[in-house]
Design a protein around this ligand. Structure first.
Ligand SMILES: [Zn+2]
Length: 385
């Protein structure tokens, strides 16, 4: 299995456009410290890649990663599709950036898909430009990458195909999942060459994007957290009890209601070698299911948004704790470093906020991580498992 780290920053990136904190200022002075929004490319088969989360930086991230650049000719991209861990703007705005594709496969939970289509209006906006072919990412059930039939993004645009973009027209319409039913448009040669990698989802947070919090929702769900991209207040309380995630609309809504589908970790497995990577840029709850998946993984790339629980308050970006904002801290009670330090897997932190001291390569906190045997992921990193 081949993974490419395309970005490692939390919402806003580093530097963030409206921020002159020491981290952002340092990144402007030293370009090597710049970090794109957190994202990961997964090679499904030779020359066919999936990108985990479509960030506002996705254009630069594709250009900066040679295997993702287009093949000779016109509009022949190795980017086969997207896998979404949540519906946050920092992880989904890049979908619109890819509108030049003839079509794009998008793997997401029902809750994430519904938020993007019904709250953000993404299907309505992008329908005239491209075809989003949705595939459900059900809880705990592995989905092979590259399986879906349909026109790959490598093919030239087909105006006739766009006339019926296959998006659900109204609540209750399940057609959005029915991407396999596009008669006559079978899988590309690349997909036929073998389905080598599969992915499954593990719920890790009940946090909805702020735009998807119901207006009448009690509590601070809709309030702004100044200067922190998407990382507003979280609905914490555990990710357990999620549904089985069936492909029907009702299942999607249930996923959304109990929080099981709002934020997930991805378990990415090479079906040939058995190698497994666990990718989770946001973790609010360390459930038993997540612990099991982490224990079985060969490589763990997880939420390193905040160094400690009080960092958001200390930095003046909010009144809530790290956990309250949907991110377990690295150190302190409930911190993830201690858990990761017991693993044999290669462990890396990603999704670093610009308040995190680890953004400074000279920070003493790097030594503490090294003592635990944990790394900080870097943009451009290549991971082979
Ligand atoms: Zn800053």
């Amino acid at each position: 299995m081949l993974l490419r780290v395309l970005g490692t920053a939390a919402g806003g990136g580093i530097p963030q456009w409206n921020c002159a904190c020491p981290s952002c200022t340092g990144a402007r002075a030293h370009p090597a410290r710049r970090r794109h929004h957190a994202s990961l490319a997964v090679q499904a088969t030779e020359g066919r890649w999936y990108i985990v989360n479509a960030t506002p930086d996705i254009g630069d991230q594709i250009e900066g990663c040679p295997p993702l650049r287009p093949r000779p000719g016109t509009r022949r991209s190795p980017v086969a599709g997207l896998i979404l861990t949540d519906a946050e703007l920092d992880h989904t705005l890049g979908i619109a950036r890819l509108r030049e594709a003839a079509g794009l496969e998008v793997l997401a939970t029902g809750a994430v898909r519904d938020a993007l289509l019904n709250r953000l209006g993404l299907g309505t906006v992008l329908g005239p430009y491209t075809e989003l072919r949705w595939r459900e990412l059900p809880h705990g059930q592995a989905v092979p990458l590259g399986q879906a039939p349909g026109p790959g993004p490598a093919e030239p645009a087909d105006p006739a195909a766009r006339a019926n973009p296959g998006l659900p027209a109204a609540p209750g319409d399940d057609a959005g999942w029915a991407i396999a039913e596009r008669a006559g448009r079978l899988a590309t040669d690349e997909a036929d060459s073998g389905l080598l990698v599969e992915v499954s989802a593990i719920p890790v947070s009940r946090k909805r994007p702020r735009y998807a919090v119901p207006a009448d929702s009690p509590g601070p769900g809709g309030k702004r957290a100044a200067g922190l991209g998407d990382d507003g207040p979280a609905e914490t309380g555990g990710a357990s009890g999620s549904t089985s995630g069936g492909a029907d609309r009702r299942g999607s809504e249930e996923q959304g209601r109990d929080g099981g589908g709002w934020v997930v970790a991805l378990r990415i497995t090479d079906r040939v070698s058995g190698a497994t990577a666990l990718y989770a840029p946001a973790i609010a709850t360390w459930s038993a299911e997540l612990a099991d998946a982490v224990a079985e993984a060969d490589c763990v790339i997880v939420d390193g948004t905040f160094w400690d629980e009080d960092e958001p308050c200390r930095a003046g970006i909010g009144t809530r704790t790290a956990t309250g904002m949907g991110h377990l801290p690295i150190v302190g009670p409930g911190g993830t470093a201690e858990r990761l330090s017991t693993l044999h897997a290669r462990c890396l932190y990603t999704h670093l906020n610009n308040t995190n001291p680890l953004v400074d390569p000279g920070a003493a906190e790097h030594r503490r991580l090294a003592e635990w045997g944990i790394e900080v992921a870097a943009d451009g990193m290549v991971i082979e498992l």
